[in-house]
Write a protein that binds this ligand. Structure first.
Ligand SMILES: Cc1cc2nc3c(=O)[nH]c(=O)nc-3n(C[C@H](O)[C@H](O)[C@H](O)COP(=O)(O)OP(=O)(O)OC[C@H]3O[C@@H](n4cnc5c(N)ncnc54)[C@H](O)[C@@H]3O)c2cc1C
Length: 396
């Protein structure tokens, strides 16, 4: 049992993955006071996001199948569909968009990230879509049934997963990315090249090294004009150009904001007391690497939220050290990555020819990252070894 802070009321802002897991951990760690969970969305328990661009979009799962499970009795007041608009730390009060107020002694910020919007002429035409939550997914499933010509702007993980599902459904896809080799920063050049080859092999018209000049049409999308002057016909444009941390409601609160909520190694928000942050919204000093990071992946949202909950309640012990991990599913590829990108990548086992490969990323002699395609067992062993090595020598 922790040495508990004397909090009577805790508010968790953001009722999705990090918020839910953080709230559960507060109860698990023994917090017996009033717990309020504030969410901008109407689903609770929340709908998990990874299946949205995979099984749900492919119509293999219903939305209900993607609902997160509750592992703890929360005994909380849950306020949904009413985003926090202001954090008043002097009055220890949260003001919601409806005007309702919520009193607290401690706060966990778990407001995640929101899609970055395309800014070009025609970006507001009907048929331009974004993909983050359940409603976005259902809207796209409905459009796919019409067999539209799809243009995906951004060949990152979300764009790539959507492209794979659309091709699986026989829909024509053009994917555009300003980078000459999309996903290279995340996967390194060998795996990124292989992934892009797979898109082409599955019939995606891939246009790289080119941007979007304008989206054209009268009221509905008709075509996308590229920066090289070419046009691509389109009925639907899906924009997947990244996300930004959802911190607008924190302006003026005193919470330090930089790339998200700036936190110390204990996930405590800088500049204020009794506030922690976790998940996509939090940038924190990761002791494992001795530098500030913000991670937009599922496993971090869970682990960081659990840590931040304990940190809010009392002495959290050593800081939140984390070796980033993510996975992605595209076509018949299950991609996994742990650690960070190094300077040189080498195949550790398998080959791209067989579609089963493990790549190690190194700085000098040190392995700093492991990536795998379709090799879960081998990846897990190497991930464990990497995590042990990183944790054994935390950076100052
Ligand atoms: C389609 C999709 C597929 C993904 N696939 C993978 C994958 O395969 N592997 C992987 O590792 N990761 C994946 N991710 C990333 C992973 O889902 C996220 O890292 C994770 O959801 C982050 O959880 P979070 O709770 O921090 O943020 P979010 O899930 O963004 O939740 C934040 C919540 O806060 C709410 N909110 C925002 N502002 C306010 C406010 N002012 N007041 C109250 N509530 C507010 C939001 O509406 C949202 O419900 C995927 C993400 C998406 C969108």
């Amino acid at each position: 049992m922790l040495q508990m802070r004397d909090f009577e009321r805790i508010a968790v802002v953001g009722a999705s993955l990090a918020g839910l897991r953080g709230a559960e951990e507060l109860r698990r760690a023994g917090f017996g006071g009033e717990l309020t969970l504030v969410g901008a969305e109407s689903h609770f328990p929340p709908i998990d996001r990874p299946p949205l661009s995979k099984e749900v979009l492919a119509s293999q799962w219903r939305l209900e199948d993607a609902r997160l499970r509750l592992f703890e009795e929360l005994n909380a007041t849950t306020i949904l569909d009413d985003p926090a608009a202001e954090l008043d730390l002097a009055r220890r009060t949260l003001i919601l968009t409806s005007g309702r107020s919520v009193r607290f002694d401690g706060v966990m910020i778990a407001t995640g990230a929101a899609v970055r919007h395309l800014r070009c002429p025609g970006a507001d035409l009907s048929g331009v879509m974004y993909f983050r939550g359940p409603e976005d997914c259902l809207a796209l499933v409905a459009r796919l049934a019409e067999g539209p010509r799809i243009v995906i702007v951004g060949a990152g993980f979300i764009g790539s997963e959507i492209a794979a599902v659309c091709r699986g459904r026989g829909v024509a896809v053009t994917m555009i990315d300003a980078a000459s080799l999309p996903l290279e920063p995340q996967l390194g050049s060998d795996i990124a090249s292989y992934v892009m080859q797979q898109h082409r092999r599955h019939g995606v018209e891939l246009r790289t090294g080119v941007g979007v000049q304008a989206i054209e049409g009268d009221t509905r999308v008709r075509q996308v004009r590229l920066t090289d002057g070419e046009t691509v016909p389109a009925d639907v444009v899906i924009v997947g150009i990244g996300v930004t941390p959802a911190t607008g409601w924190l302006k003026g609160s005193g919470v330090a904001l930089d790339d998200g909520v700036s936190c110390d190694q204990h996930c405590r928000a800088l500049g204020v007391d009794d506030v922690v942050a976790a998940g996509d919204v939090a940038s924190w000093l990761n002791p494992a690497y001795g530098r500030t990071m913000r991670v937009e992946h599922w496993t971090n949202a869970v682990e960081q939220a659990e840590y931040a909950a304990r940190s809010l309640l009392g002495d959290p012990g050593p800081g939140y050290s984390s070796v980033p991990f993510f996975w992605s599913d595209q076509y018949d590829m299950h991609l996994q990555s742990a650690g960070i990108r190094g300077e040189v990548d080498e195949i550790a086992d398998g080959s791209f020819d067989t579609g089963k490969v493990v790549v190690e990323s190194r700085i000098g002699d040190e392995v700093v990252g492991v990536l795998a395609i379709n090799w879960r067992g081998r990846f897990q062993r190497l991930r464990r070894a990497l995590t042990s090595a990183v944790m054994a020598s935390p950076r100052p």
